[in-house]
Design a protein around this ligand. Structure first.
Ligand code: CA
Length: 220
């Protein structure tokens, strides 16, 4: 027995899903449809979706932000966890991805909770600040282009209330994060944000080794 996080084998991972995953039929369908795509690895894992839904319920979130929608699985997980009058402002630039998302949100009956903004997310977040929405959101999920991660984080921090939670995806970046020979812009951007968060006294943090790594940052 080790107190270090277990390196999951396929068998242990399957066990974890078998004994804990509670996924709606619609979410399973969306996962199956997305799996046929070449970019399917942009979708979060189902246990991560369930974990984020748990976080949203634990903090009693009502208003949330999502930066990077892809085919809509994470928004669906969060939308199910929100109260009836809850709201997600969802940012993406892809008509193609979000057309799939919208179809599933409609089928799941959560479309009215999700306000999709098809525009560069930095512009949408800036607009929310102009619209005096600072300190009004409870939760934010950041999972888009990595080179803008720092900008998304800074805007999300302003938009969240004290005690609000930011979840940042792909912080372990398939292990590339610790390979010094890999210095592409995406990898370096994630490294910079990880280092910055470690010393950022505006937030409490926890880097959770679920899926590709998820950092939780709670606004102080
Ligand atoms: Ca991701």
């Amino acid at each position: 027995m080790s107190n270090q996080t277990l390196n999951l084998t396929d068998t242990v991972y399957k066990y974890l899903l078998n004994v804990s995953l509670r996924e709606s039929e619609i979410m399973a369908d969306l996962r199956r449809e997305t799996a046929t795509r070449s970019d399917a690895n942009m979708q979060i894992s189902p246990e991560q979706g369930q974990f984020m839904a748990m976080l949203v319920k634990l903090i009693g979130a009502k208003r949330t932000l999502e930066v990077g929608v892809f085919t809509g699985y994470s928004a669906l997980a969060v939308a199910h966890a929100l109260p009836d009058d809850g709201e997600i402002i969802a940012c993406d630039v892809s008509e193609e991805f979000t057309a799939i998302a919208r179809r599933y949100w409609a089928t799941a009956g959560v479309a009215d909770k999700i306000d999709l903004r098809l525009a560069p997310a930095l512009e949408t977040l800036e607009q929310l600040i102009s619209d005096r929405q600072e300190n009004s959101f409870d939760f934010a999920f950041i999972d888009a282009d990595k080179t803008n991660y720092d900008g998304y984080y800074e805007y999300a921090l302003r938009l969240l209330r004290t005690g609000g939670l930011i979840a940042i995806d792909n912080v372990l970046w398939d292990g590339k994060i610790v390979d010094p020979s890999i210095t592409d812009d995406d990898t370096e951007a994630i490294r910079r944000l990880n280092r910055k968060l470690h010393g950022d006294d505006r937030v409490d943090i926890s880097m959770v080794p679920i899926a590709d790594g998820l950092t939780l940052a709670r606004k102080r």
